[in-house]
Design a protein around this ligand. Structure first.
Ligand SMILES: Nc1ncnc2c1ncn2[C@@H]1O[C@H](COP(=O)(O)OP(=O)(O)OP(=O)(O)O)[C@@H](O)[C@H]1O
Ligand SMILES: [Mg+2]
Length: 229
């Protein structure tokens, strides 16, 4: 199968005042359609930084990223936002759900953004049905009108996964999605991700957990700003 993502010579530094911290020093990696790959590395090694760059949340200082043949490193910020909304789903350690919205509304939000105000009126019904069926698949059918703060951690993460999938992303990125959960609940989230991957979803996940990394199809290790294995 073809490459979904190909990154070459990725460099990234952060400057704070007079200090410059170089985080990525020439990362080379690629991801094929259908992969479930895991990024590991010490705390501060740049795992989240790399994930954000690959998911069009941030830009590299140097290097090229091709996502399905499109050059992310050359896109304007506006185009990058649109590209991300349509092609990438994100799952974070602390869920990042909006407490003002209920579970169903949280899942609908990325689709509303993608459709725009006029388009939304036309596709609302279909998207609502899709959101409900995603939430059913995540075992949250009886939680639709609840606010995120009324849910357990595992339920919040499953709602966040449904939100990440609503626009049918080509790539699902997860940054320590089990990092804030007890091991049993975390295992349930991994099962959900494994099942999605078996159905064809390409996934790239950051984890601290060696046990999870050992189970992964592919392990990408970051050290000194480069991929070492
Ligand atoms: N916006 C920023 N401004 C300045 N420095 C940053 C910024 N984001 C990250 N850094 C620094 O870059 C380095 C890499 O951060 P990053 O979050 O990518 O690491 P990580 O591998 O994800 O770590 P962890 O396992 O703890 O999540 C860290 O030293 C961090 O302090
Ligand atoms: Mg991180």
């Amino acid at each position: 199968m073809g490459h979904i993502l190909q990154a070459k010579g990725i460099h990234k530094s952060y400057t704070m005042g007079k200090q410059t911290l170089t985080v990525l020093r020439g990362v080379e990696m690629s991801l094929s359609a259908g992969d479930f790959a895991v990024i590991i590395g010490a705390s501060g090694s740049g795992k989240s930084t790399l994930l954000h760059i690959l998911g069009a949340l941030d830009k590299p200082d140097k290097g090229t990223i091709e996502f399905e043949g499109q050059r992310l490193d050359q896109m304007s910020n506006g185009r990058l936002n649109q590209f991300r909304n349509q092609n990438v789903g994100f799952v974070f350690q602390f869920y990042h759900l909006l407490d003002e919205l209920n579970v169903l509304e949280n899942v609908l939000l990325p689709a509303m953004i993608a459709a725009g105000p006029v388009g939304w009126l036309q596709c609302k019904k279909n998207v609502q049905n899709k959101a409900i069926s995603l939430l059913e698949r995540m075992g949250l059918n009886d939680r639709l009108p609840h606010k995120p703060y009324e849910l357990s951690g595992g339920e919040r993460q499953r709602a966040a996964i449904a939100r990440a999938l609503i626009n049918g992303p080509r790539l699902l990125l997860a940054d320590e999605p089990t990092g804030n959960l007890d091991s049993k609940t975390g295992h349930g989230i991994l099962e959900v991700l494994n099942e999605l991957n078996q159905q064809g979803q390409t996934i790239l996940m950051v984890t601290h957990d060696d046990r999870i990394a050992r189970q992964a199809g592919r392990v990408i290790k970051l050290s000194d700003g480069k991929i070492v294995s």
